[in-house]
Design a protein around this ligand. Structure first.
Ligand SMILES: [Cu+2]
Length: 146
């Protein structure tokens, strides 16, 4: 699992500029974006709720943030009684579907460029497979604050 992550990151980074160049409006919306940041740890998890109000599926193919050198969609799962994370290649959201990123499941993993402080607002861009993108601002919560 660990060995597979860097290759995924490179692919993701290589496709960013192409995807952003063709930005179009989208039926995807985001709500309740927040970040759980742990003091002294250089990764942080973003949680949010995505909703596809359109008539076509929407595929989230990547994430970027100026606060993070690398941002990627992860899935937490229990394997042999241990909590593990793996990269979630792309996320397909059906028409009318709501997808919740929440502790213990889907999250966006940020490899932070600098430490985050509770109350900080961190911009994120979700890159969609159809060439459009969705901008989201996530607020940093204090540990134990949810
Ligand atoms: Cu993760």
């Amino acid at each position: 699992m660990r060995a597979a992550l860097p290759a995924t990151c490179l692919l993701l980074l290589a496709s960013l500029s192409r995807l952003i160049a063709a930005a179009q409006p989208s039926a995807l919306s985001a709500q309740d974006a927040w970040i759980r940041a742990t003091p002294g740890v250089d990764v942080a998890a973003v949680y949010l709720t995505l909703h596809n109000s359109g008539t076509q599926p929407v595929v989230v193919s990547g994430v970027r943030s100026p606060a993070a050198g690398v941002a990627m969609i992860h899935m937490t799962a229990m394997v042999n009684g241990q909590s593990t994370m793996r990269a979630h290649e792309s996320l397909r959201i059906a028409p009318g579907e709501t997808v919740r990123f929440a502790p213990g499941g889907l999250h966006i993993m940020l490899h932070l460029e600098h430490p985050l402080t509770p109350g900080d607002e961190v911009p994120l861009v979700l890159l969609l497979e159809n060439g459009s993108s969705l901008s989201v601002v996530a607020r940093v919560r204090a540990l134990g604050d949810g």
